[in-house]
Design a protein around this ligand. Structure first.
Ligand code: BJW
Length: 237
């Protein structure tokens, strides 16, 4: 049944949308958290315990991002944003910049960004496209050794939650692409959108942990699924 409310689309992307650009996911056989302990690398406690190790981990990922290019799924989502008639918000859990590189603009990074730094001394944020060390200096307050990657670790509050919750509350369509449904609050968004009466669709290589919560699902690689899905959506399907 089609909604009589004005069209409002919320798209949630996860690591799966960038896998075919050469950026690894977190939780499969080759995933980042399969080979390293996320408590050591993606918690405030891990950073306090060994900041140099955490900074190296993110330095390496920042360099890998610099070598990566957006794929057909990123490009298709930028085309959808440009041509969709209605409210549009792309919420990504990814800290890479591949959506922006493809042309997406109505975009929020709920788990932060690799190319941004956060100063623990003054709370300031700044663009940081290069390596970070335990001696890096904050350009805003001048403090040394207080810079960290501007990413959201376990136990921290994700960014842009007020905007995301407001859009989910009025969504007519919610689409989750390439996310495993392991991590909250993102894993809960499908239920928030359902409560708002939205049509909910999962696009993934395989069923996620939340797959039963979606009203529809399509399975396959994002670079094939997403362009075809965008064509259908813009054609009014
Ligand atoms: C393809 C594909 C292809 C592959 N094509 N698809 C107990 C119960 C409930 C919650 C909690 C709990 N205990 C603790 C919590 C909270 C905790 C949490 O969720 N823990 C779980 C482990 C249980 N959450 C938090 O702490 C969050 N904060 C929070 O809750 O604050 C409270 C609060 C919230 C809201 C308002 C007010 C207060 C913070 C979570 C931070 C997550 N951080 C990370 C690291 C970010 C920086 C970095 O990148 O290093 O975010 S962890 C990691 O997981 C990263 C990702 O964004 C996130 C999600 O992963 P994603 O994207 O789903 O990747 P994968 O690898 O899991 O899945 C990839 C998918 O792609 C798979 O499904 C594949 O099939 C698919 N795929 N190739 C299409 N080619």
């Amino acid at each position: 049944m089609k909604s009589s409310r004005p069209p409002s689309l919320v798209i949630l992307t996860g690591a799966g949308v960038s896998v075919e650009s050469g950026i690894p996911q977190f939780r499969n056989r080759h995933g980042l958290w399969t080979h390293v302990d996320y408590r050591a690398l993606a918690t405030p406690e891990g950073f306090a315990h060994n900041p140099a190790r955490v900074l190296d981990f993110y330095n390496e990922r920042r360099r890998a991002m610099g070598r990566a290019h957006p794929n057909a799924a990123h490009h298709a989502l930028a085309r959808l944003e440009a041509d969709f008639k209605g409210d549009f918000l792309l919420v990504t859990q990814n800290i890479d910049d591949l959506h922006e590189a493809a042309g997406s603009r109505k975009l929020v990074h709920m788990h932060g960004e690799l190319a941004s730094a956060l100063c623990e001394a003054c709370g300031g944020r700044c663009r940081w496209p290069r390596d970070m060390t335990v001696n890096s200096v904050c350009p805003a307050c001048g403090a040394t050794g207080r810079m960290r990657p501007d990413v959201v670790w376990f136990g921290e509050v994700p960014y842009h939650m007020d905007l995301i919750q407001a859009r989910l509350a009025s969504a007519t369509l919610f689409v989750a692409i390439g996310t495993s449904g392991n991590v909250y609050p993102a894993a809960q968004f499908v239920n928030d959108a359902r409560r708002a009466g939205a049509r909910t669709i999962e696009l993934n290589l395989e069923p996620s942990l939340s797959s039963d919560d979606f009203s529809e699902a399509l399975y396959g690689p994002a670079t094939e699924l997403v362009p075809a899905f965008v064509d259908r959506l813009l054609a009014g399907d």
